[in-house]
Design a protein around this ligand. Structure first.
Ligand SMILES: Cc1cc2nc3c(=O)[nH]c(=O)nc-3n(C[C@H](O)[C@H](O)[C@H](O)COP(=O)(O)OP(=O)(O)OC[C@H]3O[C@@H](n4cnc5c(N)ncnc54)[C@H](O)[C@@H]3O)c2cc1C
Length: 393
């Protein structure tokens, strides 16, 4: 027999959590089912590479989002949805169980990108709370961990580990850490923070393959050198998890295509968070893999699933924190774009990234707080004369 819920959510991340809470707030009697492949109930994902390592008073229990108690949703963990039948309005759960829905939210995020490395417990593709627990067990006590990837996950993990009694080697393809996103003056400062913390930097290198034995994990790099470590963490971004939607005949184009109400090409099916390609009010159609987007789209999509007709008009920001550096960004950060750097006192800076037509495509707020709205206003302004950018924020 098929059980039917008013709302079914596929995925148990922060988008799912925020959507379920919004549904419950709008319609307390609605029945909600969350089906999640994760073994843990929804939690704050960014803390896995920051606060859980740097704040001794913050525990994994503090990181739980209390989804079930605050939304009344039924949570099925460690459970995967394998297909969607839009005509019957049902989803099939791996193993064969079928569940009916009134509305469906697909919030399946993405899977970490992988490398040609052995399938071994000491190789961690870092994404989940389970990965955090595994890395905790593999690090500390002076052990040596190789971190692969110089973007925000790799740099945050490297900073977290080195502050927790772990020897760290960070392998990344740029000549200077952060050089693919920051202007050189900022990348130099970013890299210096890692050098001062004694993170060993394997610059300009990529990992080609690896092997594991009793002594540890052995990586082969593209310059022919080898790197031996007790464990390896890979932080190379994600591959979007939109196959369920594609297989169900929904429109997919680097993510599940939704309108400004976060509705797919099927009016009963919604998508949000990392998996959704949505029309951003300022920046145009895009997919955003950032927590502000998950936390902001979740409530809007939840209310729209209960019958509201709300436009998602928030342009999300991104943040990262390593050592005593905090940076935020709105829009596109790409060091190959033309840049205007407004370098201020006290290691603060604002960097404007210019698109081909001269309009501002992205704003980096380096150790600058409370300026996201000003950054959004600048992005919305389009072409701003260069001399008016310096001092604008
Ligand atoms: C370590 C780390 C640190 C981060 N730090 C920052 C940061 O500092 N700043 C920032 O802006 N962003 C950060 N992010 C990104 C941010 O956490 C994500 O953008 C956000 O959590 C995405 O939420 P989501 O719910 O859309 O997707 P996800 O969190 O990916 O959740 C997807 C869920 O779907 C489940 N799932 C997938 N397929 C199925 C299926 N077929 N059936 C059932 N369940 C399925 C998964 O198990 C998972 O529970 C970080 C990410 C990571 C990994």
């Amino acid at each position: 027999m098929t059980t039917t819920y008013d709302h079914v959510i596929v995925g148990g991340g922060m988008t799912a959590d925020a959507a379920a809470k919004a549904i419950h707030e709008s319609t307390p009697d609605a029945t909600i089912l969350i089906v999640s492949a994760d073994v843990d109930a929804p939690y704050t994902r960014p803390a896995l590479s920051k606060k859980l390592w740097t704040d001794p008073d913050y525990t994994p229990a503090d990181n739980d989002l209390s989804t079930e108690s605050e939304s009344g949703a039924e949570l099925r963990l460690d459970t995967r949805v394998s297909s969607i039948d839009r005509a019957a309005k049902t989803v099939t759960i791996e193993g064969g169980d079928t569940v009916g829905y009134g509305t469906l939210l697909i919030a399946t995020g993405g899977q970490p990108s992988t490398l040609d490395l052995p399938d071994d417990d000491r190789v961690v593709y870092f994404r989940t709370a389970d990965d955090y627990r595994r890395l905790r067990a593999l690090s500390g006590g002076g052990r040596h961990v190789a971190v692969i990837g110089g973007s925000y996950i790799g740099t945050e993990i490297a900073a977290a580990l080195v502050q927790n009694d772990t020897r760290v080697t960070l392998v990344f393809p740029d000549d200077v850490l952060g050089a693919s996103v920051f202007p050189s003056v900022i990348a130099d400062r970013f890299e210096k923070a890692f050098e001062e913390a004694r993170v060993e930097l394997a610059r300009g290198r990529r990992v080609e393959s690896g092997a594991a034995d009793d002594a540890g994990v052995h990586l082969r790099l593209d310059d022919g050198s080898t790197l031996d470590a007790d464990a390896v963490v890979v932080g190379l971004g994600i591959a979007v998890d939109d196959s369920l939607a594609a297989d169900a005949g929904l429109t997919v184009d680097d993510g599940i295509v939704v309108d400004d109400r976060l509705r797919t090409s099927d009016p009963s099916v919604f998508a949000a968070g990392d998996v959704a390609s949505y029309p951003d009010a300022i920046l145009g159609r895009r997919r955003v893999e950032h927590v502000d987007n998950a936390k902001s789209q979740g409530p809007v999509v939840g209310r729209n699933m209960t019958g509201a007709d709300e436009v998602y008009d928030h342009t999300p920001y991104y943040y990262s924190k390593v050592f005593d550096i905090s940076y935020e960004a709105v829009g596109t950060l790409d060091a190959s774009l033309e840049k205007v750097v407004d370098d201020k006192d006290d290691d603060k800076a604002v960097v404007y990234y210019l698109g081909e037509d001269g309009s501002v495509a992205g704003v980096l707020l380096w150790n600058v707080e409370e300026a996201r709205d000003a950054a959004r206003t600048t992005l919305a302004a389009g072409v701003v004369p260069r001399d008016e950018l310096v001092g604008r924020i």
